[in-house]
Structures are given as structure tokens and as C-alpha cells.
Design a protein around this ligand. Structure first.
Ligand SMILES: Nc1ncnc2c1ncn2[C@@H]1O[C@H](COP(=O)(O)OP(=O)(O)OP(=O)(O)O)[C@@H](O)[C@H]1O
Ligand SMILES: [Mg+2]
Length: 277
């Protein structure tokens, strides 16, 4: 398995370009969300195209998870427009997101440790035959899915408790693909992983992109972000603070946008108001 972390050209020379011929898979315009006294998101825009990996970065509390929960149908936005495949949609519950083709993998993976890989992949969407679980069909489909993604797991019949953190993450992402989504959203998929396991997950992210999916990945790790993403969207204090092409942006520029060293006028004012209140 290749190690993306060692890739010396961030932004991926030789990579297929994202498909910008049509509308973006997802476009968010003017999204705002308040929780009581906390204005978590203010007027946020975001778009991601087919065949593109968009990293969503920002300091703790910047609003990243809140924004993806808007996309996943967990948080209803107070204001703003969500377009999917070029048309306005309403995502008011997780089922709406799934039906559109949006798969979200949260950091706490919610795998069932005592079940094997097949059991986890089909948890909640089991295949039945004559009223009985069709283990043969599920195992076959599980192998096919893992094979098409070039995922190496010792056996699909071992409990996921005995897999490494990276393998578990890969199983969780694979499970989200069974519904054949157009957009996959990953909240900190490499946060708890070592170097080798991180490489395994980033490899899978690249394969999703190569298959034409749009991917949004939240990460605090700038090395990962630069290794795997095409563009980086920065949130600061719940507002946009720049979107960057990875290939033509330095790590320092992205970090400056995260920390506020290069605030745009809007977030500068927000920061000042924040300090005065
Ligand atoms: N359900 C909620 N109720 C109240 N406040 C919330 C809720 N969810 C998020 N917030 C607040 O909204 C702000 C943004 O939080 P969010 O979790 O989106 O940040 P984040 O960018 O994901 O941070 P981290 O990097 O720490 O995960 C924070 O001030 C947080 O306390
Ligand atoms: Mg978060």
C-alpha cells in the first residue's frame, strides 16, 4: 500500500481533476445556525464537486461539526440554502440526507465490536432470503465491496474488536458506501490513528475520489490535509475564512487563516465583537 504521507507534491500531481463541468454535488449558501446564545455558524458558503476531496479545517469550536451536521440532517440550519446536484433541497432529518446520497462517518464509529466485518457492514441493512439472514450473499457482497476498494482485511469473519484502528475506520467508511452515495463526509477519520493506519485511510479517501465521489474530510492534521485534498475550506469563529487550492498554497498560509493571522474583514469584526461582549 502506498504511503500518501510521503507524497512530496501535495495537491497530487497526476491526479484526475475534479469534474467542474456541471454543478457541484453539494453547495451551501449563507448557512447560519445558533444554539441559544452561541452563534455557531454565520453566513457560511461551501461547495464540493464530483471527484474532489474538500478538507474542512478550523480551530476547536470553529463550527466544522455543526456544518456537517447540517448536511447530514442532524442540525436544521436557521438560514441558508442547500443545493444537491444543482437543485435546492431540504435536509431536515438524517433519512433525507441518506436518500439524496449523502453518507456521513462520525468520529465515534458506532461499530458493533462483537460482530464480524460482514455483520457490521450490513448492520441495519441485512439481506434476507426466505425470511432468514442470507449470510452467503452478505459475505459475497462484503468481499466484493472490499475488493473493489482494494481494502485488505485479514478475514471478513473476524470480530471488528480484533481489527486495528485504521482497519476499523476503513470498515466504517466502507459501510457508508453500501448505499452508493454521491457525497461522503468524514469527521476526523485519522484523529486516533498512527502513521501506517492513517496512510491506509487516506488511500481509501483517494480511491473514493478516483471513483468520482465528492468527499468532505474534517481534519486537524495539516500533513493529512495536504496529502489528500484538492481544496481546503477554513472556518473561523463560525464564518468562512478563505478557501485554498492545496497545490498552490503553503501550510503556513492555511494555518494563518485558521488562527486568524489573515482574517478577512468579516471575521475580524466578528472577533472584535466577540472580545467586547
Ligand atoms: N448541540 C449544541 N448545543 C449548543 N452548542 C453547540 C452545539 N453543538 C455545537 N455547539 C457550539 O457551537 C460551536 C461550534 O462547535 P462545533 O462542534 O461545530 O466545532 P468544531 O469546529 O467541530 O470543533 P472541534 O474541532 O473541537 O470538533 C461551539 O461553540 C459549540 O460549543
Ligand atoms: Mg468537531
Amino acid at each position: 500500500m502506498s504511503t500518501n504521507l510521503q507524497k512530496d507534491e501535495p495537491g497530487g500531481a497526476g491526479r484526475a481533476a475534479p469534474d467542474r463541468s456541471g454543478p457541484p454535488v453539494l453547495r451551501l449558501s449563507g448557512i447560519s445556525k445558533r444554539f441559544g446564545a452561541v452563534q455557531a455558524l454565520t453566513d457560511v458558503d461551501l461547495e464540493v464537486y464530483a471527484g474532489e476531496v474538500l478538507a474542512l479545517v478550523g480551530d476547536n469550536g470553529a463550527g466544522k461539526s455543526t456544518l456537517i451536521k447540517v448536511v447530514a440532517g442532524v442540525n436544521a440550519p436557521d438560514e441558508g440554502v442547500i443545493e444537491f446536484g444543482g437543485r435546492p433541497v431540504s435536509i431536515s432529518r438524517p433519512h433525507d440526507a441518506q436518500r439524496l446520497g449523502i453518507a456521513t462517518v462520525y468520529q465515534d464509529l458506532a461499530l458493533a465490536d462483537n460482530l464480524d466485518v460482514v455483520g457490521n457492514l450490513f448492520l441495519g441493512s441485512e439481506i434476507y432470503r426466505w425470511g432468514l439472514l442470507d449470510e452467503v450473499a452478505m459475505e459475497k457482497k462484503a468481499r466484493e465491496l472490499l475488493d473493489t476498494l482494494s481494502i485488505k482485511i485479514p478475514s471478513v469473519r473476524i470480530p471488528v474488536a480484533s481489527l486495528s484502528g485504521g482497519q476499523r475506520q476503513v470498515v466504517a467508511i466502507s459501510r457508508s458506501l453500501l448505499g452508493e452515495p454521491k457525497l461522503v463526509v468524514l469527521d476526523e477519520p485519522t484523529a486516533a490513528l498512527g502513521v501506517e493506519q492513517t496512510a491506509q485511510v487516506l488511500d481509501l479517501v483517494e480511491r473514493l475520489r478516483d471513483r468520482g465521489l465528492a468527499v468532505i474530510i474534517i481534519s486537524h492534521n495539516m500533513v493529512d490535509v495536504r496529502a489528500v485534498s484538492d481544496r481546503v475550506a477554513v472556518l473561523r469563529l463560525g464564518r468562512n475564512n478563505g478557501t485554498f487550492d492545496v497545490a498552490s498554497t503553503t501550510q503556513e498560509q492555511i494555518i494563518a487563516a485558521i488562527t486568524g493571522a489573515t482574517d478577512n474583514a468579516v471575521s475580524r469584526r466578528a472577533s472584535r465583537d466577540h472580545a467586547q461582549s
